[in-house]
Write a protein that binds this ligand. Structure first.
Ligand code: BEZ
Length: 198
């Protein structure tokens, strides 16, 4: 079982790895308790995408330790990612996780994807009362990996095997070379090509 870790502990960050920082409004709350079990289930999927998960809640370490055993009881899964004990709300403040219109003390349910260059690539904010969809995060990680390696973007509701969009900075001439499977132009600025990694 991963033990909750104190904020400020060093965290090695290999090249190409992405980090997923996810805030839990409070320990021992019902929606929050369901989420770590799902992260546990999807661990292999995050590993495949070289993404490392870290959670955060504004409760202290002792509370996290008790909550972690409750999570195991409630979901049947041990916590398999570190959980920051942000009781001074330093990290929550830096990442804007406290929204005064919602609560002065608890975080909203934020997700940040942080790239290997340590820049924030994605922010999703849910209200505390709505549990996250981690499958969506996996979908976004797939899009990041593809668009980083090819001159493409991914369209609405895209999944791994779907066609992708050739970015507008690539001319039709260059597209013929770069995308040997061909492309179809719906508009001059909207050209689809089969997923280049398949
Ligand atoms: C929850 O995790 O269940 C929760 C947390 C804060 C406010 C509302 C719900």
């Amino acid at each position: 079982m991963a033990r909750p870790s104190r904020c400020g502990q060093s965290w090695r960050w290999p090249a190409h790895r992405r980090g997923l920082l996810s805030s839990h409004p409070k320990d021992f709350t019902p929606v929050c308790t369901t989420e770590p079990g799902e992260v546990w289930r999807l661990k292999g999927e995050f590993d495949k995408r070289d993404a490392k998960v870290i959670g955060l809640s504004v409760d202290p370490l002792g509370s996290h330790e008790r909550w972690v055993s409750d999570i195991a009881d409630a979901t049947g899964h041990a916590l398999n990612f570190p959980l920051i004990a942000d009781s001074d709300r330093k990290v929550a403040g830096l990442y804007g996780m406290i929204h005064p219109n919602a609560s002065d003390t608890l975080t909203v349910r934020s997700v940040f994807v942080i790239g290997s260059d340590k820049k924030v690539k994605l922010t999703i904010t849910y209200p505390a009362s709505t549990g996250r969809n981690f499958e969506e995060i996996l979908r976004v990680l797939d899009s990041f990996r593809l668009t980083a390696g090819y001159s493409v973007a991914t369209p609405v509701n895209w999944h791994e095997r779907d066609d992708v969009i050739i970015v507008t900075s690539v001319s039709d001439e260059d597209a013929k070379e770069k995308f040997p499977k061909g492309f179809r132009a719906v508009k001059p600025y909207l050209r689809f090509t089969p997923q280049p990694k398949l």
